[in-house]
Design a protein around this ligand. Sequence first.
Ligand code: SF4
Length: 239
Amino acid sequence: MLEDVMVDDVAELVASLNFAEKVERSRQLIRLALEEYGSGLVVANSLGKDSVAVWHLAKSVSADIGGFIVTTRYKPPETVQFMREEVARYPELRVFRNDVEIPDNLHQTDPDRCCDLLKVEPTRRAIEQMNVTCWVTGLRCTEGRTRTDFKEVEERDPGLIKLNPILIWHEREVWQYLALHQVPVNPLYAQGYRSLGCAPCTRITLGADERAGRWIGTSKCGGECGIHTRPLKAVAQGR
Ligand code: SF4
Protein backbone atom coordinates (compact mmCIF):
# COMPACT_ATOMS: atom_id res chain seq x y z
CA MET A 1 0.00 0.00 0.00
CA LEU A 2 1.15 3.50 -0.82
CA GLU A 3 0.47 4.73 2.72
CA ASP A 4 2.86 2.11 4.15
CA VAL A 5 5.87 3.87 2.63
CA MET A 6 4.83 7.43 3.42
CA VAL A 7 7.10 9.57 5.61
CA ASP A 8 6.43 12.92 7.29
CA ASP A 9 9.94 14.31 6.98
CA VAL A 10 10.89 14.35 3.30
CA ALA A 11 13.89 16.61 4.07
CA GLU A 12 15.46 13.65 5.85
CA LEU A 13 15.04 11.55 2.70
CA VAL A 14 16.51 14.30 0.50
CA ALA A 15 19.68 14.21 2.57
CA SER A 16 19.98 10.53 3.46
CA LEU A 17 19.21 8.57 0.27
CA ASN A 18 21.76 8.25 -2.51
CA PHE A 19 20.84 8.60 -6.20
CA ALA A 20 20.15 4.88 -6.79
CA GLU A 21 18.02 4.67 -3.63
CA LYS A 22 16.00 7.69 -4.72
CA VAL A 23 15.36 6.17 -8.16
CA GLU A 24 14.24 2.93 -6.56
CA ARG A 25 11.96 4.81 -4.13
CA SER A 26 10.40 6.76 -7.03
CA ARG A 27 9.72 3.56 -8.97
CA GLN A 28 8.24 1.96 -5.85
CA LEU A 29 5.88 4.93 -5.33
CA ILE A 30 4.67 4.71 -8.94
CA ARG A 31 4.32 0.92 -8.74
CA LEU A 32 2.28 1.07 -5.52
CA ALA A 33 0.10 3.91 -6.84
CA LEU A 34 -0.52 1.98 -10.05
CA GLU A 35 -1.67 -1.02 -8.00
CA GLU A 36 -4.13 1.23 -6.16
CA TYR A 37 -5.36 3.48 -8.96
CA GLY A 38 -4.89 1.43 -12.13
CA SER A 39 -5.77 3.39 -15.28
CA GLY A 40 -6.81 6.34 -13.07
CA LEU A 41 -3.08 7.00 -12.63
CA VAL A 42 -1.96 9.51 -15.26
CA VAL A 43 1.27 11.50 -15.64
CA ALA A 44 1.20 15.27 -16.19
CA ASN A 45 4.05 16.11 -18.58
CA SER A 46 5.02 19.80 -18.71
CA LEU A 47 7.88 19.04 -21.15
CA GLY A 48 10.49 20.20 -18.62
CA LYS A 49 13.36 18.02 -17.42
CA ASP A 50 11.55 16.86 -14.27
CA SER A 51 8.47 15.83 -16.23
CA VAL A 52 10.36 13.85 -18.83
CA ALA A 53 12.27 12.08 -16.02
CA VAL A 54 8.99 11.16 -14.31
CA TRP A 55 7.45 10.10 -17.61
CA HIS A 56 10.45 7.84 -18.32
CA LEU A 57 10.28 6.39 -14.80
CA ALA A 58 6.54 5.72 -15.12
CA LYS A 59 6.96 4.02 -18.49
CA SER A 60 9.70 1.83 -16.98
CA VAL A 61 7.14 0.68 -14.39
CA SER A 62 4.39 0.07 -16.96
CA ALA A 63 4.24 0.89 -20.66
CA ASP A 64 0.46 1.21 -20.31
CA ILE A 65 0.55 4.36 -18.16
CA GLY A 66 -1.01 7.35 -19.91
CA GLY A 67 -0.22 11.04 -19.73
CA PHE A 68 -1.23 14.53 -20.73
CA ILE A 69 0.50 17.74 -21.74
CA VAL A 70 -0.93 21.20 -21.01
CA THR A 71 0.31 23.76 -23.50
CA THR A 72 -0.43 27.45 -24.10
CA ARG A 73 -0.30 29.92 -27.01
CA TYR A 74 2.81 31.44 -25.37
CA LYS A 75 5.09 28.39 -25.34
CA PRO A 76 8.45 29.06 -27.04
CA PRO A 77 8.87 27.50 -30.52
CA GLU A 78 11.53 25.14 -29.15
CA THR A 79 9.03 23.77 -26.62
CA VAL A 80 6.32 23.43 -29.27
CA GLN A 81 8.71 21.46 -31.47
CA PHE A 82 9.82 19.31 -28.53
CA MET A 83 6.15 18.65 -27.71
CA ARG A 84 5.55 17.42 -31.28
CA GLU A 85 8.53 15.08 -30.95
CA GLU A 86 7.33 13.77 -27.56
CA VAL A 87 3.84 13.10 -28.89
CA ALA A 88 5.32 11.33 -31.93
CA ARG A 89 7.40 9.14 -29.56
CA TYR A 90 4.43 8.58 -27.24
CA PRO A 91 1.10 8.94 -29.10
CA GLU A 92 -0.73 8.13 -25.86
CA LEU A 93 0.17 11.62 -24.58
CA ARG A 94 -2.94 13.79 -24.89
CA VAL A 95 -2.54 17.55 -25.38
CA PHE A 96 -4.84 20.11 -23.72
CA ARG A 97 -4.92 23.90 -24.21
CA ASN A 98 -7.33 26.76 -23.72
CA ASP A 99 -7.85 29.04 -26.75
CA VAL A 100 -10.20 31.46 -25.00
CA GLU A 101 -9.79 35.13 -25.98
CA ILE A 102 -7.76 37.12 -23.43
CA PRO A 103 -6.15 40.60 -23.41
CA ASP A 104 -2.73 40.61 -25.13
CA ASN A 105 -0.86 41.74 -22.03
CA LEU A 106 -2.74 39.71 -19.41
CA HIS A 107 0.49 37.91 -18.50
CA GLN A 108 1.85 41.30 -17.39
CA THR A 109 -1.25 42.88 -15.86
CA ASP A 110 -2.62 39.79 -14.12
CA PRO A 111 -0.34 36.75 -14.44
CA ASP A 112 -2.38 34.77 -11.90
CA ARG A 113 -5.50 35.15 -14.06
CA CYS A 114 -3.51 34.34 -17.20
CA CYS A 115 -2.12 31.13 -15.66
CA ASP A 116 -5.54 30.25 -14.30
CA LEU A 117 -7.09 30.46 -17.76
CA LEU A 118 -4.27 29.02 -19.85
CA LYS A 119 -2.81 26.40 -17.50
CA VAL A 120 -5.13 25.55 -14.63
CA GLU A 121 -8.33 25.29 -16.70
CA PRO A 122 -6.88 22.80 -19.23
CA THR A 123 -5.36 20.80 -16.36
CA ARG A 124 -8.80 20.52 -14.78
CA ARG A 125 -10.22 19.45 -18.13
CA ALA A 126 -7.51 16.80 -18.60
CA ILE A 127 -8.22 15.38 -15.15
CA GLU A 128 -11.93 15.31 -15.81
CA GLN A 129 -11.81 13.90 -19.36
CA MET A 130 -9.18 11.26 -18.60
CA ASN A 131 -10.98 10.13 -15.42
CA VAL A 132 -7.85 10.76 -13.39
CA THR A 133 -7.87 9.65 -9.76
CA CYS A 134 -4.10 9.93 -9.22
CA TRP A 135 -2.06 12.44 -11.19
CA VAL A 136 1.70 12.15 -11.22
CA THR A 137 3.93 15.23 -11.34
CA GLY A 138 7.61 16.14 -11.52
CA LEU A 139 7.47 18.47 -8.53
CA ARG A 140 10.65 18.65 -6.40
CA CYS A 141 10.98 20.16 -2.93
CA THR A 142 14.49 21.50 -3.64
CA GLU A 143 13.34 23.47 -6.69
CA GLY A 144 12.43 26.86 -5.25
CA ARG A 145 10.98 28.93 -2.45
CA THR A 146 7.37 27.79 -3.03
CA ARG A 147 8.03 24.07 -3.15
CA THR A 148 9.39 23.19 0.27
CA ASP A 149 6.21 21.97 1.98
CA PHE A 150 4.88 19.48 -0.56
CA LYS A 151 4.54 15.76 0.23
CA GLU A 152 5.20 12.72 -1.96
CA VAL A 153 1.49 11.84 -1.77
CA GLU A 154 -1.11 14.59 -1.37
CA GLU A 155 -4.87 14.93 -1.55
CA ARG A 156 -5.48 18.66 -2.02
CA ASP A 157 -8.70 17.91 -3.89
CA PRO A 158 -11.07 15.32 -2.40
CA GLY A 159 -10.91 12.16 -4.50
CA LEU A 160 -7.87 13.26 -6.45
CA ILE A 161 -4.47 12.02 -5.27
CA LYS A 162 -1.33 13.80 -6.40
CA LEU A 163 1.81 11.70 -6.51
CA ASN A 164 5.17 13.51 -6.58
CA PRO A 165 7.55 10.57 -7.05
CA ILE A 166 10.75 12.61 -7.52
CA LEU A 167 9.95 15.13 -4.79
CA ILE A 168 13.22 14.34 -2.97
CA TRP A 169 15.53 14.52 -5.99
CA HIS A 170 18.09 17.28 -6.42
CA GLU A 171 18.43 19.08 -9.77
CA ARG A 172 21.73 17.26 -10.34
CA GLU A 173 20.05 13.88 -9.81
CA VAL A 174 17.44 14.67 -12.46
CA TRP A 175 20.19 15.39 -14.97
CA GLN A 176 22.06 12.27 -13.82
CA TYR A 177 18.97 10.14 -14.49
CA LEU A 178 18.29 11.75 -17.89
CA ALA A 179 21.91 11.32 -18.99
CA LEU A 180 22.13 7.70 -17.83
CA HIS A 181 18.95 6.80 -19.69
CA GLN A 182 19.63 9.08 -22.68
CA VAL A 183 16.23 10.71 -22.34
CA PRO A 184 15.66 13.51 -24.91
CA VAL A 185 15.19 16.95 -23.31
CA ASN A 186 13.84 20.32 -24.37
CA PRO A 187 16.63 22.10 -26.36
CA LEU A 188 16.12 25.30 -24.32
CA TYR A 189 18.23 23.78 -21.54
CA ALA A 190 21.24 23.99 -23.87
CA GLN A 191 20.74 27.78 -23.95
CA GLY A 192 21.03 28.04 -20.15
CA TYR A 193 17.43 27.89 -18.92
CA ARG A 194 16.94 25.91 -15.71
CA SER A 195 13.15 26.10 -15.38
CA LEU A 196 10.88 26.32 -18.42
CA GLY A 197 7.54 28.01 -18.92
CA CYS A 198 5.81 30.39 -21.32
CA ALA A 199 8.14 32.67 -23.34
CA PRO A 200 7.06 36.05 -21.85
CA CYS A 201 7.42 34.77 -18.29
CA THR A 202 10.68 32.84 -18.40
CA ARG A 203 14.27 34.15 -18.28
CA ILE A 204 17.74 32.67 -17.98
CA THR A 205 19.06 33.46 -14.50
CA LEU A 206 22.05 32.66 -12.34
CA GLY A 207 22.00 31.79 -8.67
CA ALA A 208 20.77 29.14 -6.30
CA ASP A 209 17.02 29.32 -6.93
CA GLU A 210 16.16 27.13 -9.91
CA ARG A 211 12.84 28.89 -10.50
CA ALA A 212 14.12 32.46 -10.10
CA GLY A 213 13.73 33.06 -13.84
CA ARG A 214 9.96 32.57 -13.74
CA TRP A 215 7.62 35.63 -13.76
CA ILE A 216 10.45 38.12 -13.17
CA GLY A 217 9.10 41.61 -12.41
CA THR A 218 5.76 40.37 -11.07
CA SER A 219 4.47 39.33 -7.66
CA LYS A 220 4.65 35.74 -8.92
CA CYS A 221 8.45 35.89 -9.35
CA GLY A 222 9.92 32.43 -8.73
CA GLY A 223 6.43 31.21 -7.89
CA GLU A 224 3.76 28.89 -9.21
CA CYS A 225 1.35 28.79 -12.17
CA GLY A 226 -1.38 27.42 -9.92
CA ILE A 227 -1.75 23.80 -11.00
CA HIS A 228 -0.09 22.72 -7.75
CA THR A 229 -1.93 25.19 -5.52
CA ARG A 230 -5.41 25.76 -6.99
CA PRO A 231 -8.37 23.33 -6.68
CA LEU A 232 -8.56 20.97 -9.64
CA LYS A 233 -11.14 18.27 -9.29
CA ALA A 234 -13.73 20.05 -7.11
CA VAL A 235 -14.14 22.87 -9.62
CA ALA A 236 -14.32 20.46 -12.56
CA GLN A 237 -17.15 18.58 -10.86
CA GLY A 238 -18.94 21.74 -9.82
CA ARG A 239 -19.07 23.29 -13.29
S1 SF4 B 1 3.28 31.55 -17.63
FE1 SF4 B 1 2.85 33.67 -18.29
S2 SF4 B 1 2.01 33.55 -20.39
FE2 SF4 B 1 1.96 31.47 -19.48
S3 SF4 B 1 -0.07 31.27 -18.67
FE3 SF4 B 1 1.19 32.01 -16.97
S4 SF4 B 1 1.13 34.29 -17.02
FE4 SF4 B 1 0.27 33.47 -18.97
